[in-house]
Design a protein around this ligand. Structure first.
Ligand code: NAD
Ligand code: NAI
Ligand code: ISE
Length: 334
């Protein structure tokens, strides 16, 4: 079966996923594309022989769309996801699932009322080979009970429109999801420390930030977010257990020895760093749609991430340790 995919949002990652669905992933084709910028939708659709439609609702309703991919900007996600659920169509939504916990909850209610899972959220690190290998080590018990996780998320620069809260909502949200998944544990509180600011930033931005999370089982997690580090896109993660540690491998690259120095490249862009993870993620989504059983990061994971992000932003503004207020995972999302 070929899964016909309709795409809502033809920006940077939307266009990249369209390319991926058309040239890398098997068992899928893009049949319809929309964007509030109609020219952009037309150009991306034409590149793969798809139709460009005027609105997200038209994409959702189209007879030649079996499943929907939402890659518009965050505030537009909830409307498209709710529309797809109302139409009974599987929907892959890039992070964030929605920009408020309240909207995430509406999605959970709609999906639960529908009676089976339709939604997958774009937390692609769960599909990265290095993180998957780390999880296998943790789950095997080889390093004992995990006690601490140290993370760093560094981007070379960010544009002026990136503000201090985005360090949580746009950036650390990946670590928030990854750590919950790696440890199989829930984050119960958040605190943010604000070091001296780098001079390589726009005036309004607090950069870097150090985020401290505590899990229900008592593990401690620190996340350094530094989005103007200048030197590259650098993702680090180390879990420390009672009897050992496990560290995320850096992407494989040749080591060069020359002129008395040993060196290697540092990637510059998230698209390159997680390219293979996106490929695996979208292939597994297409396969699950074809099999009629959507899996992967769920609406509950999107909701949990939103609640933890809200607590973290409050912690940034108040300097306090803030409880995330998360209740138990419903049986529907077990
Ligand atoms: P972008 O701004 O390049 O693209 C967004 C596109 O959506 C634009 O073309 C815009 O015109 C369109 N759009 C906005 N609202 C729309 C609507 N209501 N209907 C149709 N189209 C609409 O942004 P981007 O960098 O591609 O990011 C898109 C999403 O992907 C964001 O949610 C972002 O957080 C997420 N993202 C995730 C990762 C990741 O690593 N998983 C990386 C980058 C972006
Ligand atoms: P972008 O700004 O390049 O693209 C967004 C597109 O959505 C734009 O073309 C815009 O015109 C369109 N758009 C906005 N509102 C719309 C609407 N209501 N209907 C239709 N189209 C609409 O943004 P980018 O970087 O592609 O990010 C898109 C989403 O992907 C974001 O949610 C972002 O967080 C997520 N993302 C995820 C990444 C990941 O690693 N998983 C990486 C980059 C982005
Ligand atoms: C972007 O939206 C992403 O999701 C990237 O993965 C992340 O590294 C970057 O900081 C975000 O802006």
């Amino acid at each position: 079966m070929t899964v016909n995919v309709g795409v809502i949002g033809a920006g940077m990652i939307g266009a990249d996923h369209v390319r991926r669905l058309s040239t890398i992933v098997s068992g899928a084709q893009v049949t319809a594309v929309t964007d509030i910028d109609a020219d952009r939708a037309a150009s991306v659709a034409a590149g793969v022989g798809a139709r460009s439609l005027a609105t997200g609702q038209e994409v959702i309703d189209a007879a030649d769309v079996d499943a929907v991919l939402v890659t518009s900007w965050g505030p537009a996600h909830a409307e498209s996801v709710l529309g797809a659920i109302a139409a009974g169509k599987p929907v892959f939504c890039e992070k964030p699932l929605a920009t408020t916990a309240e909207d995430c909850h509406k999605i959970i209610d709609a999906e639960t009322a529908h009676g089976r899972r339709l939604v997958q959220v774009g937390f692609m690190r769960r599909y990265d080979a290095g993180y998957r290998a780390m999880k296998q080590v943790i789950d095997s018990g080889e390093i004992g009970t995990p006690l601490m996780v140290h993370c760093a998320h560094r981007n070379p620069t960010v544009p002026e429109r990136y503000h201090s809260e985005m360090a949580t909502h746009d950036t650390a949200v990946h670590e928030i999801d990854t750590v919950r998944w790696l440890l199989g544990d829930e984050i119960v509180s958040a605190q943010v420390l604000t070091p001296r600011r780098t001079s390589h930033r726009f005036e309004h931005l607090q950069d870097p930030q150090i985020m401290l999370f505590e899990t229900a089982e008592g593990a401690r997690v620190d996340v350094e977010v530094f989005v103007n580090c200048q030197y590259g896109y650098d993702i680090q993660c180390e879990a420390v257990g009672e009897t050992g540690t496990v560290r995320l491998p850096d992407p494989a690259a040749p080591v060069v020895r020359s002129a008395g120095r040993q060196s290697g490249p540092v990637l510059q862009d998230w698209k390159d760093r997680f390219a293979e993870a996106y490929d695996v993620e979208i292939q597994e989504w297409v396969d699950s749609v074809a099999a009629g059983a959507v899996s992967g990061p769920s609406s509950w994971d999107g909701y949990a991430a939103a609640m933890i992000c809200d607590a973290n932003v409050e912690a940034l503004h108040t300097g306090e340790i803030v409880s995330t207020g998360l209740k138990d995972r419903p049986a529907f999302y077990a």
